[in-house]
Design a protein around this ligand. Structure first.
Ligand code: NAP
Length: 249
């Protein structure tokens, strides 16, 4: 399919869409009638299953390592070839490698900065020329409350997410006059594979700090992302929306 007509459905690229929050976003956006391309790293069967649960051709999985600038550039090309347009990017792919800063290795530091921050920068660089040329585009970066408050054992992760927030604000002011919006979502603790790795003591500590006394779910984050991508958020840029059950209130 290569539909270049202006009435073709809006198309969104979600990085790291095979599982967790990314998969919830893919499903939510597809249910809203958007075309969705998503990247993933190694979850081939989950990616295929997700694509086949939508209307044929509406969801395109692309195996692309976000840390590799040329791989993400190729993914953007495939998306535009397949759908004929690209209107939004969600930088969602991310990893944790939690450890006390006393014991954290240089590899663990670099892996998380590379996987969460450098990868988002590569994806922004891959879509921005198109967004600027067409005079519209929306970018949503998945930050975290860890980029705004201290979470023990997350020096690498917190730095990567605080970096994403800085990048979001910089790009928002740089491209606002060209019709490109850039916002961030800072989830608190959401029930996914990422948080299922936390031990019971840490879960109990976090629940104590969350005013709603529960972890969020993927749908609750996906709906906020869909709002930021939509024209309902047309006058909103450079913002960080915390979706955290009141943790930061
Ligand atoms: P998750 O369940 O661990 O899923 C991570 C996703 O990212 C997977 O689809 C994974 O692909 C993909 N991915 C990881 N590294 C990649 C790479 N180098 N290239 C391409 N894809 C890659 O994580 P999640 O909980 O859904 O988190 C999604 C985002 O929200 C992350 O940025 C995370 O930091 C942020 N966040 C999550 C929470 C939370 O409580 N869950 C809170 C705050 C922020 P594979 O399946 O192929 O591995």
């Amino acid at each position: 399919m290569n539909d270049l007509t202006p009435s073709a459905p809006q198309t969104i690229l979600v990085t790291g869409g095979s599982r967790g929050l990314g998969a919830a976003m893919v499903m939510d956006l597809a249910a809203r009638g958007r075309n969705v391309c998503f990247t993933y790293l190694s979850s081939h069967s989950q990616a295929e299953q997700l694509a086949s649960s939508s209307k044929p051709g509406q969801v395109l999985p692309v195996c692309a390592d976000g840390r590799d600038a040329s791989a993400i550039e190729q993914a953007v090309k495939r998306c535009v070839e397949h759908f004929g347009r690209l209107d939004g990017l969600v930088n969602n792919a991310g990893i944790t490698q939690d450890r006390s800063a006393l014991a954290m290795t240089a590899e663990q530091w670099h892996a998380v900065i590379d996987g969460n921050l450098h990868s988002a920068f590569h994806a922004c660089q891959a879509v921005l020329p198109l967004f600027v040329e067409q005079g519209h585009g929306a970018i949503v970066n998945m930050a975290s409350v860890s980029g705004l408050i201290g979470v023990p054992g997350q020096a690498n992760y917190g730095a990567s997410k605080a970096g994403l927030i800085g990048m979001t604000r910089s790009m928002a002011v740089e491209f606002a006059s060209r019709g490109v919006r850039c916002n961030a979502v800072a989830p608190g603790f959401i029930d996914t594979d990422m948080t299922r790795k936390l031990n019971e003591r840490r879960v109990a500590q976090m629940l104590e700090r969350i005013p709603m006394r529960r972890f969020g779910n993927g749908k609750e984050v996906a709906r906020v992302v869909a709002f930021l991508l939509s024209d309902d958020a047309a006058y909103l840029t450079g913002q960080v929306l915390a979706v955290d059950g009141g943790l930061l209130a």
